[in-house]
Design a protein around this ligand. Structure first.
Ligand SMILES: C[S@@+](CC[C@H](N)C(=O)[O-])C[C@H]1O[C@@H](n2cnc3c(N)ncnc32)[C@H](O)[C@@H]1O
Length: 245
C-alpha cells in the first residue's frame, strides 16, 4: 500500500478540507509523553506520518530536536509553516523508502500506525529497528483499538468548516479495520475514504514477531492496565517498544 495506495490523495484532499493545523492540547500531551514514556532529557525524535506538524512543533517547544516525515505535499507544507523558528526538519517523503541521516532516541507514530496492511506495518517496524533507532532508544506507537470503532460503525457526524463536512464511520470486522468516509455537505459523490488496521494488544504482539522490536517493560498484555476498562472505550492506545533483546 504506502505511497502507491490511497493515503497521499486522501490526506492531500482532507488537509485542504480540514484546514491549517494549530498546536492543540492533544499535541502538547503527546509531546509531554515523550519524556514520560522514554525518560528525562531532550531527545532526537523521528516522527513518522507527521501530518500538519502540530505534534512535532509541540515536541520542539519542549526542547526536542524533531525530524518529521510526511507523505502528503499539502500537509508537509503546513508542517513547514509550523516548523519555522523551531528545531523541526520536515521531510516530504514516503517512510517505506525515505533515506534519513542519523539515529533517533525516540521514533514516534501518533494516530496513524495501521494505514497499511500487516506486511506493510512489519516492513515499517523493521526499518525503524534496523535503520533509525539509536542504541537504547524507544519507539512510541499509537495503535488503533478495535472495540470503539466497531461500536461506532454506522454513526455519522457533521463537522463544521467553511463548507461543512460529513463524516461517516464504519468498521470491517473481517480485516479489523476502521473505515471512515468524508465529504463536503451536498457533494457525497466526491467522498474520500481512509481506513486503518485496529490491533488488540494480543494482535500487536503477533505483529511484532520478526520485526526486531518488543514491548518495553515486559509483556504488553500484563503491563497494559487499560485492557479491562480504557481500551473498551478508547479509539487507540499508546505503547513503548524497544529493540528485542
Ligand atoms: C491519521 S494521519 C495522522 C497525522 C498526525 N500524526 C496527527 O496525529 O495529526 C496519518 C498521516 O500519515 C501520513 N502517511 C501515510 N502514509 C505515509 C507514508 N508512507 N510515509 C509518510 N507519511 C505517511 C499521512 O499522509 C497522514 O498525514
Amino acid at each position: 500500500m504506502g505511497a502507491d495506495g490511497w493515503a497521499r490523495s486522501f490526506f492531500d484532499t482532507a488537509a485542504t478540507w480540514w484546514g491549517r493545523p494549530v498546536v492543540r492540547d492533544i499535541d502538547r500531551a503527546r509531546a509531554a509523553g515523550i519524556e514520560a514514556m522514554c525518560g528525562p532529557g531532550a531527545k532526537r525524535v523521528l516522527e513518522l506520518g507527521a501530518g500538519g506538524g502540530a505534534t512535532a512543533a509541540a515536541a520542539a517547544d519542549l526542547g526536542h530536536s524533531v525530524t518529521a516525515v510526511e507523505l502528503s505535499p499539502v500537509r508537509a507544507a503546513y508542517a513547514r509553516e509550523l516548523a519555522a523558528d523551531r528545531d523541526v526538519t520536515v521531510v516530504e517523503g514516503d517512510f517505506y523508502t525515505v533515506e534519513l541521516d542519523g539515529a533517533f532516541d525516540c521514533v514516534a507514530y501518533w494516530n496513524g500506525f495501521g494505514i497499511g496492511d500487516d506486511a506493510d506495518q512489519r516492513r515499517l517496524l523493521r526499518r525503524v529497528a534496523t535503520t533509525w533507532l539509536a542504541p537504547g532508544g524507544s519507539v512510541i506507537l499509537e495503535v488503533f483499538s478495535p472495540w470503539r470503532w466497531a461500536r461506532d460503525a454506522g454513526r455519522t457526524e457533521v463537522v463544521p468548516r467553511d463548507t461543512a463536512l460529513v463524516h461517516a464511520l464504519d468498521y470491517d470486522p473481517v480485516r479489523s479495520r476502521f473505515v471512515d468516509r468524508w465529504w463536503q455537505e451536498g457533494d457525497e459523490a466526491r467522498s474520500i475514504t481512509q481506513s486503518g488496521r485496529c490491533y488488540s494488544p494480543a494482535d500487536l504482539l503477533l505483529l511484532l514477531e520478526t520485526t526486531g522490536l518488543e514491548p518495553a517493560d515486559g509483556d504488553l498484555l500484563d503491563s497494559n492496565t487499560q485492557v479491562s476498562a480504557g481500551l473498551w472505550h478508547a479509539s487507540g492506545y499508546r505503547v513503548r517498544l524497544v529493540a528485542a533483546g
